[in-house]
Design a protein around this ligand. Structure first.
Ligand code: PMP
Length: 363
């Protein structure tokens, strides 16, 4: 039996087991060089190979068109929320932001330091329990760009089968659902994701930017590390990058290709896993799901019992079944099962089984 837990953490989150096993070996000796992956020069041929393969596999997984740049940056999604307005929100223009949760709130606060922000829709009133409908949305005229969070990690809501109906360049924070399903690049000017949910270790960013949009960023005016043009020209190697993070993301892309082949398959698997839990929630009067059904996230399932005392008991007793890190965020309370790509179906089955027995005993 594996000594690993059913880790429902929202992030940093579970990584694919074959990736961790490979990393264990490569930390010791990679490519038979007698050197570990963290001990290679970032300008040497071995790291060249790691970076080239990571980008090529990233493109293959995402079917990223040639006119998009792939950047491996640092500072997490949080730094992107500053770099984006610094680069793409010129004086006199307005950027539209969807206010759909905590990370959207943070992005708005950061953007306001650099320029004019218009909140085109907010679901705060319903404790961010749904994705705004077109009727709830009011775009500004001629926005510099429109920013939205495709999956709201804390509240467990996700955009499905539709996009913000804006004519402005669209920017998606995909931190918690990047590569969990196919991406229609024709809709986007840019997407970015913190790695620590579906892609690799924390602190690392994958940013994918359309060339024409990238060309509108100022060049040579910002601190070099914050300058998308510099980062693109230097192929994400302006300074010493987090070589281990790039390596690990590369391994995750290889795992997706080997294990699933396509993002359609990843999506099918994730839908199956999430439905195991949602189907049970729908048939239970004991548990309450946070998100409205049509906005439910396939990545983060937020739910609670009828009282905070029962929630606490649920968390305590579920730990005896190897279920860990399932406590919800303080703003929603209850529980949150984060079931990213690497989370096994078996773990969802174990959770549902426990939910059933807990309901039987306490309902
Ligand atoms: N956006 C979303 C959707 C997130 O889930 C998170 C982290 N949980 C962030 C942004 C912030 O990411 P980081 O801490 O890596 O800066």
């Amino acid at each position: 039996m594996s000594d690993r837990a059913y880790n429902f953490s929202a992030g940093p989150a579970i990584l694919p087991e074959p990736v961790i096993q490979q990393a264990q070996k490569d930390i010791w000796n990679i490519f038979d060089t007698g050197m570990g992956v963290c001990e290679l020069s970032h300008r040497g041929k071995h790291y060249d190979r790691i970076l080239e393969e990571a980008e090529a596999d990233c493109r293959e997984v995402g079917r990223i068109p040639d006119n998009f740049r792939v950047l491996f940056l640092q500072g997490g999604a949080t730094l992107q929320t500053a770099m984006i307005p610094m680069s793409f929100l010129p004086a006199g223009r307005t950027a539209d932001y969807f206010h759909t949760g905590k990370w959207a709130t943070e992005a708005i606060a950061e953007a306001r330091k650099f320029g004019k922000v218009h909140v085109c829709a907010s679901t705060e009133k319903g404790v961010f329990n749904h994705i705004p409908s077109p009727a709830e949305t009011n775009f500004s005229e001629n926005a510099a760009y429109c920013h939205y969070v495709t999956n709201n990690t804390i509240y467990g809501t996700q955009w499905h089968n539709r996009y913000p109906d804006t004519s402005a360049p669209l920017i998606g924070d995909m931190s918690s659902d990047m590569y969990s399903r196919p991406i229609d690049w024709s809709k986007y000017a840019m997407v970015y994701a913190s790695a620590q949910k579906n892609l690799g270790p924390s602190g690392q960013i994958l940013a994918v930017i359309n060339d024409d949009f990238l060309a509108t960023a100022p060049e040579g005016k910002l601190a070099a590390m914050l300058d998308y043009q510099v980062q693109a020209k230097k192929q994400s190697r302006f300074n010493t990058p987090n070589t281990f993070a790039v390596y690990l993301m590369g391994q995750v892309f290889k795992w997706i290709l080997k294990e699933f082949g396509t993002l359609e398959e990843v999506d099918r698997y994730n839908t199956e896993k999430a439905n195991l839990i949602y189907d049970y929630l729908d048939n239970s009067d004991f548990y309450v799901g946070h998100a409205e059904p049509e906005s439910r996230s396939l990545m983060n399932v937020a739910f609670r019992c009828q009282t905070p005392e029962l929630d606490a008991l649920f968390i305590k007793q579920s730990a005896e079944h190897n279920i860990t890190t399932i406590k919800g965020h303080r703003s929603t309370g209850g529980m949150r099962a984060s079931i990213y790509n690497a989370f096994p179906r078996e773990g969802c089955e174990v959770l549902v089984k426990f939910m059933k027995s807990f309901e039987r005993e306490n309902g």
